[in-house]
Design a protein around this ligand. Structure first.
Ligand code: IVH
Length: 670
């Protein structure tokens, strides 16, 4: 009986899968949408009756399968790197030249459209989709498997997986233009803020907790990479074609550029052609096609040097300035913002642009009422390029530099040698709000639930005056806020309590000393170990740390010496925050990234001696052995790998190349 049910289910799954491919991947459906829905319904009914028999690759998962409590974080097997940008043909050609100089002869390139969405890694085991993880910070992302299963372009099961029992594909998740517009329309109707662009909407949707809601939105995906030598060819382009055969969505416009072939015509053609596509693209990605040369050409800590993103030139529009408003930042700097009649720019609606500083307004002579050119370039933030003075009517109002802070009315001052104008009142509510939001932000203390609306209220009601006072908040005080409930209060107090355990580097970043970003804070903690020792550091000592320099050092030492900063840190100490690095020495073996992995090296490595490769892997915690067995986790295969490779393949062991080693090397010495 049960096997009969399974057979019925499998038959339906196969039919649905066949028609899904025809519809989504081949654009050539054989049956109507209605008939397709009927097949899905039949399967769902069968599954409701026999829930214990639901198949792991059932297309029913595409409509969502429940609500996640949160998205756990997962480390990527290989970091998900970003791409360096080229903003002109000359820059792109320079990249080709560098790559060819590295290998010594002309190369073929795979040229792909750069899809404007969010990147996703999807792992298949024995053909079945088992895990999907967002890029996150490149090392660690959020696990969003249920949501990924709703992406109809992606196979839930790869039929022909025997040669590739473990595979990871990466690609870009996006919305087509129509869906994006529809989602925004619905949000407007519900009184929710619109998404600024398809990318934000895709990333917001992918991270929703309710996968049924994600399914309704209709995310799409193009796969642009397969990790490891899984599909067997040395050509990236050929691998993409192989992935297509396996049922993955590959962008149909991908092209192979032969050695010596001119890049310019293709880029020119795409620049206009892309507007006809029903999804947004922001450039072209040019990749050295032969995987064998990737290791030779190498990586930086952030980017591969064998690929580059050519950004399509900015798009411009004309519009009229309605007002110039002023934002007060975390450090009191006043930033003028142009508010204009909204315009469509590169497919998104924009109505504001930062003017950076007051000098810029004077230099460009921007007046309220002026017609201006606005441009959206490689970055998402639009810019005011110039004033169309010929369109002036005489009614335009010159902008006056404020003499007082628009938020608290205190005096403002211009720092010597700097263009910035600053509100000098450290208790300015705008500054306090921004400081608190920065402190609570995800990469700092990660106090969730402390949105703008609440922070504003807390500051205006005098419940908090600096970041340390967050730790004195109690229930009664929080009840004074509008629209709060028991659960929100309990949750927030819990989050605040939990944040006391955050490592010192986050505290140091979170207090927001000018020029002390996340990475700098990490470096400082690594070198000095504690707040007390940091206070004794001299400008020269700090400046000597790799990559920091004088300015950062001066800012740090100057701010740490200020009585306000000292008082703040003492208050944080009293509240129980970590002002010392965790004792990391000696590192326990369990903490290393390859602990527990047994790795075998075979074949000839071009950039490494075997001994060095083994040394590196051991330093990462791996157990490096000589012979392949079922206890082997990873085979590192170089050129001319022979019987060990065959054996590893037959055992379904993960096989990686030299580029994998280079990634670890980069990770150790960025
Ligand atoms: S390749 C190590 N190919 O652009 C190389 N990326 O700005 C990994 N993207 O993080 C990226 N389309 O999210 C590649 N055809 C394409 C792409 C693409 C869009 C995104 C991707 C990446 C970002 C870098």
């Amino acid at each position: 009986m049960s096997s009969e049910i399974v057979q019925q289910m499998r038959a339906l799954i196969d039919q649905i899968e066949y028609h899904r491919k025809r519809y989504y991947l081949m654009d050539d459906p054989e049956i109507s949408d209605f008939e397709y829905d009927q097949l899905e319904k039949q399967l769902q009914q069968l599954e409701q009756k026999h829930p214990e028999q639901v198949q792991p690759d059932s297309p029913s998962f595409r409509v969502g399968s429940g609500i996640a409590e949160n998205h756990p974080t997962v480390a990527h097997a290989q970091p998900m790197l970003s791409l360096e940008n080229a903003y002109s043909l000359a820059e792109a050609q320079h990249f080709l030249k560098k790559a060819e100089e590295a290998v010594g002869f002309p190369l073929a390139y795979c040229v792909e459209l750069k899809i404007d969405g969010l990147s996703l890694s999807v792992v298949y085991e024995y053909g079945v989709m088992v895990r999907a993880v967002t890029r996150g910070d490149g090392q660690v992302g959020e696990e969003v498997t249920r949501n990924a299963k709703t992406i109809r372009d992606l196979p839930l099961k790869v039929a022909d997986w025997s040669a590739i029992p473990h595979m990871e594909v990466r690609g870009e998740v996006y919305f087509d233009r129509q869906t994006f517009l529809k989602i925004n329309q619905q949000r407007l109707e519900l009184g929710l803020p619109e998404f600024a662009n398809p990318r934000n909407s895709a990333s917001g949707s992918m991270r929703l907790l309710d996968s049924a809601e994600v399914a309704k939105r209709g995310l799409r995906m193009f796969v642009y990479q397969v990790i490891g030598p899984a599909v067997g060819s040395d050509s990236h382009y050929a691998n993409l074609q192989a992935l297509k055969q396996l049922g993955f969505p590959i962008n149909p416009h991908t092209q192979l550029l032969e050695p010596g072939q001119d890049l310019e015509p293709l880029l020119n053609q795409w620049e206009t052609f892309r507007h006809q596509l029903d999804y947004e693209t922001d450039g072209a990605v040019i990749k050295v096609d032969a995987l064998a040369y990737h290791a030779e050409i190498g990586w930086t800590s952030k980017f591969p040097k064998w690929a580059i993103a050519f950004k399509f030139p900015a798009e411009q529009a004309t519009t009229q300035i309605l007002n110039i408003s002023i934002q007060v930042g975390r450090t009191g700097v006043l930033t003028p913002v142009a508010e204009f009649e909204s315009v469509q720019l590169a497919g998104t609606t924009v109505s504001r642009a930062t003017l950076h500083n007051f000098e810029e307004i004077q230099k460009k002579d921007i007046r309220i009422g002026d017609w201006v050119f606005v441009e959206k370039g490689g970055e998402i933030i639009p810019k005011v390029i110039k004033v169309l003075t010929q369109k002036r009517s005489g009614a335009e109002q010159p902008f006056e530099i404020p003499k007082t802070c628009p938020r608290c009315g205190s005096a403002v001052e211009r720092e010597e040698g700097l263009v910035a104008i600053r509100c000098v009142n450290l208790a300015c509510p705008a500054q306090v709000e921004r400081k608190i939001r920065h402190f609570a932000s995800r990469n700092a203390m990660d106090i969730q639930g402390l949105g703008q609306e609440w922070v504003q209220q807390m500051v205006s009601k005098g419940l908090v005056r600096d970041v340390a006072s967050l730790y004195q908040l109690n229930k009664d005080q929080l009840w004074q806020l509008d629209r709060v409930g028991e659960r929100w209060i309990a949750n927030l107090l819990g989050e605040i309590e939990k944040s006391k355990q955050q490592p010192f580097a986050r505290v140091l970043f979170g207090v927001g000393i000018p020029m002390i970003g996340e990475k700098v804070a990490d470096q400082l903690v690594e070198v000095f170990g504690s707040y007390d020792r940091l206070c004794q550091a001299t400008v020269a000592e700090v400046a000597a740390i790799h990559g920091l320099g004088e300015k950062v050092a001066e800012s740090l030492v100057h701010h740490l010496a200020m009585p306000e900063t000292k008082a703040l840190f003492e208050a944080l100490r009293t509240a129980g925050l970590q002002l010392e690095a965790e004792q990391r020495e000696p590192v326990s073996a369990e903490d290393l990234p390859l602990t527990g992995k047994t790795i075998v090296i075979t074949g000839t490595l071009s950039q490494w001696s075997r001994t060095d490769a083994a040394k590196l892997l051991k330093s990462l915690g791996a157990n490096v052995t000589d012979s392949v067995s079922k206890n082997t986790h990873i085979l590192l295969a170089g050129e001319k790998a022979g019987s060990k490779l065959a054996k590893a393949q037959s055992l379904g062991i993960e096989i990686v190349g030299e580029d994998w080693l280079a990634l670890w090397q980069n990770r150790k010495n960025p």
